[in-house]
Design a protein around this ligand. Sequence first.
Ligand code: ZN
Length: 171
Amino acid sequence: MKSVEQEIADFYAHALAIEREAAARYKELAGQMATHNNPALAALFEEMSRLEARHLKELESRCADLPIPAYQPWQYRWHGTESPESVPYDEVHYLMTGRHALEGALAAERRACDYFRDIAANAADQDLRRLAADLAEEEEAHIRHFERALANQGPLAPDWDHDPDPPQSLD
Ligand code: ZN
């Protein structure tokens, strides 16, 4: 049986991984949007990356005195290889449109929110439930943010993945 302290430390380990992944991935998407000449979305992802990074710092200071386990990526208890808030690499197409980037980000935020909600509903410890509920609420704010941005996007051009000058393969 795990102690409550261990369980909370374990939860923080997962929450930190989620925020760290999200900050890194949004930074990457910001770069891609800038490359694809979409300064508005580049700025949005830049802002989201900053937000997640700030959130990460806050969490780090809140759990600074806890014995946070150092997990390897495969030891986190979620399915698949990436954390719930990251956008899977196979969704990152080199011609990714803003709409796709936003849909990927929105799906990732929803997965993160579900993850926290699940713990908020099912953890035995009350402090842990409250902590998870707080984090779920922050993710809900991110979800609304991306939903708004998505609503402002135009429809996707049917030939969005047509590249008149595709990258050359190296072999
Ligand atoms: Zn988020």
